[in-house]
Design a binder for this molecule. Structure first.
Ligand code: IMP
Ligand code: MG
Length: 181
């Protein structure tokens, strides 16, 4: 897998150090409140596991599975929910975890549905990565690990055609990998 990577953006230790900071911020912010974390699978799996173990608060955890890519490197524009019912968020302070904020469509669709179907006390967004670009949907992250340029990255949960999620670091794929698939 390492041979398919053009350059490393964030080493594992860099990611984990940043998660220490994010977790401290979140712990301070939600002290004394009923926190419900909703993680968006599969991309946020490793992020979720490493971040939540650093948050020193009681919390409940739910996962959602959505897809917007269907294989390539460009978002398809439609967000499909794999579950018919969403977690109960009534009266809860909800923190949504996702791997990356790109076009904003996924998180926008999730927030819209949570607000339409429940009555959360608050909803905030926490992403590992934020792409620096103009988004299709107005959507900002309340917490983000790192800002990156508008390029396709893999590793630490992020995939290209379901591969590379288990790379322990985040990197940019070589062009020939896209060209040959
Ligand atoms: P959205 O475009 O903000 O709706 O992001 C949708 C999803 O696309 C994210 O949750 C990721 O799973 C995926 N995605 C966006 N950019 C990248 C990338 O650079 N690498 C891998 N997956 C990405
Ligand atoms: Mg993906």
């Amino acid at each position: 897998m390492d041979n398919d990577i053009e350059r490393t953006l964030f080493h594992e230790q860099t990611i984990l150090r940043r998660l220490d900071e994010l977790a401290a911020e979140i712990t301070a912010e939600y002290e004394g409140r009923d926190l419900t974390v909703i993680a968006v699978l599969n991309g946020s799996l490793f992020f979720m596991a490493d971040l939540l173990r650093r948050i020193q608060l009681p919390l409940s955890l739910d996962c959602l599975s959505v897809s917007s890519y269907h294989g390539g490197t460009e978002s398809s524009g439609t967000v499909t929910f794999d579950q018919t019912s969403l977690p109960d968020v009534n009266g809860r302070h909800v923190l949504i975890l996702d791997d990356i904020l790109d076009t904003g469509r996924t998180l926008h669709a999730i927030c819209r549905r949570l607000n339409a179907e429940g009555n959360p006390a608050s909803i905030r967004i926490c992403v590992l990565l934020k792409k620096n670009k103009v988004r299709d949907e107005e959507m900002e992250a309340d917490y983000s690990g790192f800002e990156i340029g508008d390029e396709f990255v893999v590793g630490y949960g992020l995939d290209y055609q379901e591969r590379y999620r288990n790379l322990p670091y985040i990197g940019v794929l070589k062009r020939e990998v896209f060209a040959n698939s």
